[in-house]
Design a binder for this molecule. Structure first.
Ligand SMILES: [Ca+2]
Ligand SMILES: [Ca+2]
Length: 217
């Protein structure tokens, strides 16, 4: 009889609540793999980097894997480097038809803070926009594998960077456009942030005057 009393509905109710709480906790602290910066603005001929960032979200990760999808008609891949978060990063070298296959980071000590799995150096070949997609992403701790949340990135390639007014020239009109529409904090590398420091400011105007000024190619 005492055992039966121990299984009365009330403790079961609390047990169910606590299970529910654990489930909520796990789902709200999901590891994340994202492309950083989320939006990149470059011009044809330019070499640039995007990063595959991993946020462990409270877990200690020993493994992270992803494929990267890109548009091979708009960019070429210059290099895929270890982003530094994991001691070992493997890429089997298969970069074909718009897929960087099997980027995998491994760590003996474990990765518990946000960092970069990989740095992908690209060269802008043709104008247009495309998405850098994360595919087949999975991370692992010492005891479990987890499917992370993923955030893709976008790349916008223009023929003439800095020509915001689309008139074929980079001149004072474009500086005015910057000041009025783009000035201030932004995503690093976003439109108008030529030096990639996360601000559109006087430094970018100076960059523009020195490197981009005049008639577009
Ligand atoms: Ca212009
Ligand atoms: Ca800047």
């Amino acid at each position: 009889m005492r055992l039966r009393r121990g299984l009365s509905p009330l403790p079961l109710f609390f047990a169910a609540l606590s299970l529910f709480g654990v489930w909520i906790g796990a789902s709200s602290a999901q590891p994340v793999i994202s492309i950083v910066p989320s939006a990149t603005d470059v011009s044809v001929g330019e070499e640039f980097s995007v990063f595959v960032e991993v946020d462990p979200a409270g877990y200690t990760l020993q493994m992270a894997h992803t494929d990267i999808i890109y548009d091979e008609t708009k960019v070429s891949i210059v290099e895929v480097k270890n982003g530094g978060a994991f001691e070992y990063m493997f890429n089997n070298g298969t970069i074909l038809d718009g897929i960087i296959d099997d980027i995998m980071g491994l760590s003996l000590r474990g990765v518990s803070s946000k960092g970069n799995l990989a740095e992908i150096v690209m060269r802008a070949e043709n104008p247009g926009n495309f998405t850098i997609g994360i595919s087949d992403a999975v991370v692992g701790t010492a005891t479990e594998t987890i499917f992370p949340s993923i955030y893709n990135g976008t790349v916008s390639i223009s023929i003439c960077r800095g020509d915001f007014t689309d008139d074929g020239y980079v001149n004072i009109d474009d500086v005015v456009y910057m000041v009025v529409n783009l000035w201030g904090p932004c995503e690093p590398g976003a439109k108008g942030d030529f030096n990639g420091d996360g601000y559109v400011n006087i430094q970018d105007v100076i960059y523009m005057v020195i490197h981009l000024w005049g008639r577009c190619p």
